[in-house]
Ligand binder design. Structure first.
Ligand SMILES: Cc1cc2nc3c(=O)[nH]c(=O)nc-3n(C[C@H](O)[C@H](O)[C@H](O)COP(=O)(O)O)c2cc1C
Length: 620
């Protein structure tokens, strides 16, 4: 049994394919029934499609444990439309909580096409709050294309009431839409989660609180160590005050962002909202090592034996978006010591120390469910994880380019056409993201992935999600904010070093453009009069070429595929495998020895049940 997940092997793939390829099922099919009951293939089947019986957490809350988590993808790539489709299919759809207030505000300035956000906001319990945001941002018919969007104020330790309200409403609306049909009927599906990046600290509490008003089922967080989040969820479920530690450069002591639901709704004029019963969602951290999982289970702030954690996603560096840096990798802009750990293309190199030992992992996580992520969108890999006792897989890249995802149609067209014409390459950029984590970028000429295009972009910082707070004045303790992707002069004035600005990209504006909500810059490119319109910067995992498996031409000759195509593909092979094994038991009732007959019949019934389960899954 392969229990050591090797990053290198997974990148080249064949080991996993050989381990549970359809051929190995065919092989099992040639043996006699009783032999096969102990064969590797049937050991695999014994656990397949059954969620592990978790000792704590998810099962205690009587929640469905999904086999497929559609990973959270910001900004609005894992939109409510995508998450709803996955929820409907009985798996876990996850919306991204990143920059949701900006997303909501921009859609309102686009005239809320189809009345979509109105549908959700009409059901929010504080209609005074809704009216304020509506009056402030909604533009009937949408703003003119050459006019910039009005932005919310940037996040600081002391956010405005307007910003807090927009954040709560933005996250609420996205979750609510993913949980309901257009007519407002609640979908009895696989559930809806929210994903937040731990590294974007200041809006976190308000993001989660907003999502909880729409009864979010899961909170999934990576890109950092979300140690305090389980306790925050416990507090928010009772509308209690809470705080989150914030990393502040040069701070002499720990600093916290505070949030008071009571104060917020009193200011809003709707204190009665605090009587509303909230349910505490399951919390799943995304980790990349046994040590991190152990630390979370020891020091996280939630209640109960697993400290408010209900499972883990183990994410490998093949995954799309941000990646955990290699063990021992330290980005140092000035000393450039990190250069020693880069390959010829300038990407971080992962090695044996980055492998996750699954035996140790399982022993450490006290029976909680876990999901594997990063190049796992293969039926045989889902089966492999289930056979190892995992709950399933988290998949991002395969879902990112579906017709239901929130990527702008032109972005999908570019990527699908390129994949059709040959393999695309993904660059793991060690410096692009101001978070300091490696960030995967799709190499596309018409995007900000090229050096020339990026250098031609007039730098501006007007969303500020990735700004780092720093102590500007030690005497007064005054806090200011800086981002290495902001205009270089501004960054230097704030005490930043020039080396840190090199190769840094404005993910805030690039990712907003991907979602079809590009800002019109206050500046123009050198030598141009027209105001610059922010361009796309697409992230995807190493698995991007896998989308060739699903995509097809529709009646208008346009390439596309759906979230359901991905799910069908991932579950499809189960059916073949079970039906193949079923042939072994065709004559089970003819066995002469009553004991053997009983065993064979039991096995046959078990398989029938599994086929039934798959059929149900596929018919959703
Ligand atoms: C376009 C895109 C954006 C992503 N954004 C996020 C994000 O905002 N937060 C996060 O935790 N993971 C993010 N991810 C990672 C996914 O949630 C998921 O874990 C990963 O894609 C799984 O590996 P795969 O890409 O091989 O399927 C993103 C992935 C993609 C492809």
């Amino acid at each position: 049994m392969m229990t050591r997940i090797s990053v290198l092997l997974l990148t080249c793939l064949p080991l996993a394919a050989a381990f549970t390829s359809p051929a190995s099922f065919a092989g099992a099919g040639q043996r006699s029934g009783l032999q096969s009951a102990t064969s590797p293939a049937s050991r695999l089947h014994n656990v397949a499609l059954r969620a592990p019986k978790a000792a704590t957490g998810v099962s205690a809350l009587n929640m469905k444990v999904p086999k497929i988590i559609q990973g959270g993808m910001g900004v609005q790539v894992s939109s409510w439309t995508l998450a709803r489709e996955v929820n409907r299919a009985g798996e876990l759809g996850v919306i991204s909580g990143t920059a949701m207030e900006t997303v909501l505000i921009r859609w309102l300035q686009e005239g809320d096409p189809g009345g979509i956000y109105k549908r959700a906001l009409d059901r929010f319990p504080d209609q005074k709050m809704v009216k304020r945001i509506w009056d402030k941002y909604y533009i009937e018919g949408g703003k003119a294309a050459d006019k910039p969007f009005r932005n919310p104020t940037m996040w600081t330790f002391t956010p405005s009431q307007d910003l807090e309200e927009a954040t709560i409403l933005g996250n609420y609306a996205e979750v609510w839409l993913a949980k309901h049909e257009d007519d407002g009927t609640l979908i009895e599906g696989g559930g809806v989660g929210i994903n937040c990046l731990t590294k974007i600290q200041l809006p976190t509490i308000q993001n989660l609180y907003g999502a909880m008003f729409a009864d979010v089922d899961y909170v999934i967080m990576g890109a950092g160590i979300p140690m305090e989040v389980p306790g925050i969820l416990d507090a928010l479920a009772e509308h209690k005050d809470c705080k989150l530690g914030i990393d502040v450069d040069d701070a002499p002591e720990p600093m916290f962002a505070h949030f008071s639901p009571k104060a917020l709704f009193e200011r809003s004029g709707a204190p009665e909202v605090l009587d509303r019963k909230m349910h505490r969602p399951n919390f799943i951290p995304i980790v990349s090592s046994v040590t991190l999982a152990q630390a979370m289970l020891k020091r996280a702030t939630g209640a109960g034996p697993t400290k408010g954690i209900q499972g883990f996603v183990i994410e490998l560096p093949t995954a799309g978006g941000h990646n955990a840096p290699p063990r021992g990798f330290r980005y140092d802009a000035a000393a450039k010591s990190h250069k020693l750990s880069l390959n010829d293309k300038g990407e971080p190199v992962y090695g044996p120390k980055d492998e996750v030992n699954l035996d140790k992992f399982k022993a450490a996580i006290k029976g909680l469910p876990f999901w594997m992520a990063g190049y796992y969108a293969r039926p045989e890999k889902l089966q492999e994880v289930l056979a190892m006792g995992g709950a399933g897989i988290q998949v991002g890249t395969s879902f990112a380019f579906t017709k239901e995802s929130g990527l702008a149609p032109n972005v999908k067209d570019i990527v699908l056409a390129k994949v059709k014409n040959g393999d695309m390459t993904v660059y793991t950029d060690p410096v692009a993201s101001p978070t300091g984590f490696p960030f995967k970028v799709l190499e596309i000429d018409d995007s900000l992935s090229t050096k020339d295009n990026y250098e031609a972009r007039p730098r501006v910082c007007n969303l500020g999600y990735l700004r780092t707070p720093y102590v500007q004045d030690q005497d007064s303790g005054k806090i200011a904010y800086r981002c290495a992707a902001e205009p270089v002069d501004d960054y230097l004035k704030k005490g930043g070093v020039i080396e840190a600005t090199e190769g840094r990209k404005c993910l805030c504006n690039g990712l907003m453009a991907n979602a079809g909500l590009p800002q019109v810059s206050p500046f123009s490119k050198d030598g141009e009069d027209k105001k610059y319109v922010e361009e796309i910067l697409i992230t995807a995992g190493d698995d991007v070429n896998q989308i060739r498996k699903y995509m097809k031409e529709n009646s208008e000759g346009k390439l596309e595929y759906s979230a359901n195509d991905v799910i069908q593909y991932l579950f499809g092979n189960f059916k073949d495998a079970y039906e193949g094994e079923m042939n072994l038991y065709a004559d089970a009732d003819k066995a002469e020895d009553p004991e053997v007959k009983a065993k064979l019949m039991e096995k046959k019934a078990d398989l029938e049940e599994k086929i039934d389960e798959v059929n149900q899954q596929l018919s959703k």
